[in-house]
Design a protein around this ligand. Structure first.
Ligand SMILES: [Zn+2]
Length: 339
C-alpha cells in the first residue's frame, strides 16, 4: 500500500526504493516531550515502519503548549507520554508498529533498547542521557541524532560513530549540573522545537534511505527570536576522544545500586529502586487511599499527600513533586511505596 506515500515517492530523494526502506526501518525516540512527539509524528507519517518510543514521564497541562501530539484528555488522564504518543500514532498511521515503553533510560537498559534499531533520535532534555546515548551508540555503531531546544535557541548534530565526531569529540565534558538554562527555567517556544525536530527528521530519512552524502555534516544552531543561524562544519572524529577513540564507555559502567535523580528545575525528584521490579498498581492504590487522594490508571498511581504528589509507575519508579531534596524524596518513597 504505497498510495498513501505517493507524494513522498514522487520526491527524488526518496522514490519507491527509499519508501520501501523506510517501511522496513526501525527508529527509537528517546524522550517523548516536545522534540520527541514532533519526531514521532513525522516519522510515522513518513512511514518508518517500526517506532520505539521511550519516556519516563506522564502528560501534564504545561506540556500542551509545545508537545504537539498530546491533548487535554491525555493530561487529565495523566497518561504516560510514550503510551499517549503511541495511541495517537495508531490513529495517524495504523501500518506503523509503535512500541511504547514507560521507563527511565539509564545504563541498565539503554543497550537493550537501541541494539536492534537503525537510528536513535534524541528527544531528551538533559546531558546525562545524551552522553549515555552517545556511549551506547558508539559502542554498538548505531547512528544517532542529537537535538536540543531551550528558549528560542536550538542545536542539532548527526553522529555516525567513527565516521563523524561523536558528542564527546565536540563537548569533551558534560556541562556541570545546573550550569545551563533548561526549559523549566528559561521556557521554550514552539517554533524552535519545530525547526530542530524537522532537521532531525530530515537527517533520519537520509540515514534510513542510505543517503549519507546528503547529511549536513555540521553542528547546526538556530535562534528564531534573535534571527541567528549558524552552521559549524564538522571535522573528523578526535583520535584521543574517550568514547569513539579509546572506546571507554564510562556512562554504561555506572554503579547500578542506586539512581535517585533530581529532575531539572521542576521541584520534583525521581526515585528508582536499585534493581528491576514490578509493582501491583491496584493493590498499591488500595493501600494508599488511607494516606490521601489517590488517582489510578493502568500505568501509574498518583497520591496527593499534603504538599507532595507521588506518581508511582509499574516499574516501581516514583516521581515525587513538591521537593527538590533527594533525602526528603527518598523518605517519602520509603514511607508510601516501601522498598
Ligand atoms: Zn568521539
Amino acid at each position: 500500500m504505497l498510495e498513501r506515500y505517493s507524494r513522498q515517492i514522487l520526491f527524488d530523494g526518496i522514490g519507491e526504493a527509499g519508501q520501501r526502506r523506510l517501511l522496513a526501518s526501525r527508529a527509537i525516540i528517546i524522550g517523548c516531550g516536545a522534540l520527541g512527539t514532533a519526531q514521532a509524528e513525522a516519522l510515522a507519517r513518513a512511514g518508518v515502519g517500526h517506532l520505539r518510543i521511550v519516556d519516563r514521564d506522564f502528560v501534564e497541562a504545561s506540556n500542551l503548549q509545545r508537545q504537539t501530539m498530546f491533548t487535554e484528555s491525555d493530561a487529565r488522564e495523566r497518561l504516560p507520554k510514550s503510551v499517549a504518543c503511541a495511541n495517537h500514532l495508531a490513529l495517524i498511521n495504523s501500518e506503523v508498529e509503535a512500541d511504547a515503553i514507560v521507563a527511565d533510560v539509564n545504563h541498565s537498559n539503554i543497550e537493550g533498547l537501541i541494539k536492534d534499531c537503525d537510528v536513535v533520535l534524541d528527544g531528551t532534555d538533559n546531558f546525562s542521557t545524551r552522553y549515555l546515548i552517545n556511549d551506547a551508540c558508539v559502542k554498538h555503531e548505531i547512528n544517532w541524532i542529537y537535538g536540543a531546544a531551550v528558549g528560542s535557541y536550538g542545536v542539532t548534530m548527526t553522529v555516525r560513530p567513527h565516521t563523524t565526531p561523536c558528542l564527546r569529540c565536540i563537548f569533551e565534558d558534560m556541562p556541570p549540573a545546573a550550569s545551563a538554562p533548561t526549559c523549566d527555567t528559561a521556557g521554550v517556544i514552539i517554533p524552535i522545537i519545530s525547526i530542530v525536530a524537522a532537521m532531525q527528521v530530515a537527517e533520519a530519512l537520509k540515514l534510513l534511505t542510505g543517503q549519507f552524502e546528503k547529511l549536513h555534516g555540521s553542528l547546526m544552531q538556530f535562534d528564531v527570536w534573535n534571527n541567528e543561524w549558524r552552521r559549524i562544519k564538522l571535522d573528523s572524529p578526535v583520535p584521543e576522544c574517550k568514547t569513539c577513540g579509546l572506546r571507554v564507555f564510562e556512562t554504561l559502567e555506572a554503579d547500578a545500586v542506586d539512581f535517585a535523580a533530581v529532575l531539572c528545575g521542576r521541584d520534583a525528584v525521581q526515585v528508582s529502586p536499585g534493581r528491576a521490579t514490578r509493582v501491583d498498581l491496584n493493590s498499591l492504590a488500595e493501600r494508599l487511599r488511607a494516606a490521601g487522594e489517590v488517582h489510578l490508571n493502568p500505568y501509574l498511581v498518583r497520591l496527593r499527600a499534603g504538599p507532595y504528589e507521588l506518581t508511582i509507575f509499574e516499574d516501581a519508579r516514583a516521581i515525587i513533586r513538591g521537593t527538590d531534596d533527594v533525602p526528603t524524596a527518598r523518605s517519602l518513597y520509603a514511607k508510601y511505596v516501601g522498598n
